[in-house]
Design a protein around this ligand. Sequence first.
Ligand code: UN1
Length: 517
Amino acid sequence: MSTISANFGIEKALNLLGVKNINEGTSTGLNNFSAGDVLESYSPVDGQLIGKVATTTKDDYEKVMDAATKAFKIWRLMPAPQRGEIVRQFGDKLREKKEALGKLVSYEMGKSYQEGLGEVREMIDICDFAVGLSRQLHGLTMHSERPGHRMYEQYHPLGVVGIISAFNFPVAVWAWNTALAWVCGDVTVWKPSEKTPLCGIACQNIAAEVFKANNLPEGISCLINGDSKVGEFMTKDTRIPLISATGSTRMGKMVAQEVAARLGKSLLELGGNNAIIVTPDADIKMTVIGAVFGAVGTCGQRCTSTRRLIIHESIYDKVKTAVSDAYKQLRIGNPLDEKNHVGPLIDTDAVKMYQNALTKVVEDGGTVIVEGGVLRGAGYESGCYVKPAIAEAKPEFKIVQHETFAPVLYLLKYSGDVDNAIEIQNNVAQGLSSAIMTNNLREAERFLSVSGSDCGIANVNIGTSGAEIGGAFGGEKETGGGRESGSDAWKVYMRRQTNTINYTTELPLAQGIKFDL
Ligand code: UN1
C-alpha cells in the first residue's frame, strides 16, 4: 500500500468496508461465485492497484438471476412500509460508514473527499426519501361510468430491476435506484462501472449486512461486475423489465435499442452539455462560485458539470476576468487532502480526451485563456492530474457541441436579449441541466417558460450541478428522457394496474354497448 493510502486512512476504510485483501478475484459480492476475468482497480489518486475483482461469467449471471427472482417472490409480499423499514436500516448503516465510504469513493474515483462525503450523504438522503415514500405508493380512484362499479388504480412492483451505473457517481446513483426500487418491492441487479468495482463491493457488503440481519435473502440486492458484455446479459434478458442506465449517450443508445427490441423499459440518464447564462443583471460573485464549482467539481466529470458559460457582451470582459482569476486560486492534487479543490481525472484515457478537447477548440478558432495541461512530478505520478482550463469559443464549434468529461469550460458571448442566450443554450444535442444568473425577474421567468430552457433541470441563481434528491433528476434529447430520484420518479419502478369492480347483480358493458344473451 502506498503512503497516500496509509496517510489518509484508506487501509482502515477498506477494512471497515470489507474490500481489503479481495485480491484473488473471488467476489462478485453475492455468494462468491466462480471467477471470470479479473478487473483491476487502480486509483487515479496515486496510480496504485487497490484491488482485483472477478468479472461475472454467464454462469455466474444465471446464479445471480436465480437468486434475484427467488428473492423477489419473498420481497414483494412484504408490506411496503416494512420494506421502508429495511431501507431505513440501510440508511443508518450508511450513516455509520459515511467517512469510510466517502474515502473509498474519493480514492477509487478521484473526487475530493468532501464530494465523496457529499455522495454518501446523497445516498442517505434518498434512503430517507424512500422510507417516507414507502407509505405513499398511491394510485388514483376514479368514478366509473357504470352504476354500482368502482374504479381505481394500484401500483405493483415490476420484478428484477437492472442498474448500470457510471464511474463518476459510483455509489449515489445506485442508491437513487435501489432505495426506490426496494420500497417499490423490486429487487435489483447492479453492474457498477468497471472503473470503480470496489465501491460496488463495499455497497453490496453494506446491503447484505442489513438483509442478513433481517433474515431476508441477499438476492434482493445483487451485484455483477464487468464491462459492456456483462451489461448485455441484462439488457437482453427478458426477465428484467426495467433497465436503469447512467453513462454516455453512446452507451445509452445501445442499451435503449437492446431493451426496446424486447419491449422492456429503460430509464436513461446520459450526457449533458450544461450551460449557465450570465445576464447583465447577474450577481458576479455568485456567478463565479456557481461556474467554478460547476466546471471543476468532480474534475468536470459530473453529468451536470458546467461546460458552457453564455455571457452577455456588456459584462463579458468582467465575468471573464473574475472567473479566470478564481481559477488561479484552485489547488489541484490528492483529493483526500482537504486543502485541494480538484483531484485527478478517472484515468489516462480521460486525460487524452481532455487534451484532445483543448487541441480541437484551438483548431476550430477558439482561444485558450486559462492554460490547461497535464501535471507531472511528485504527487502527480498517476498521470491523471490536469489543470482546469478555460477557452473562448463559439457556440457552433463541434467540440463545444460535444460533452467532454473533463474540466474544460467554454466562454460564449451573446448580445441582445436573453432569448438569444436561451437559443444558444438549447442549440445542442443534450438536455440535462441549465442555469441562469440574473436578478431580473423577467429574464428568469423567460428562462423557465415554455420557450425557455429545454433541459430537465433549469435553475435560477444556482449552478448546473449539485441537484437535491427531492426533485426528479434527468433530462431531455440525448440525455435520454429518464427521471430518477425524487418527485414521482418512483412510478417507473412499478407497474400500474387499473381495477374495475362491479358490486351489482347486473353486467352492464362500458360505452353503453348492448350484448343481450
Ligand atoms: C451524475 O453526474 O451522474 O446534481 C449525477 C449533481 C449530483 C448528481 C450528479 N447530485 O451534480
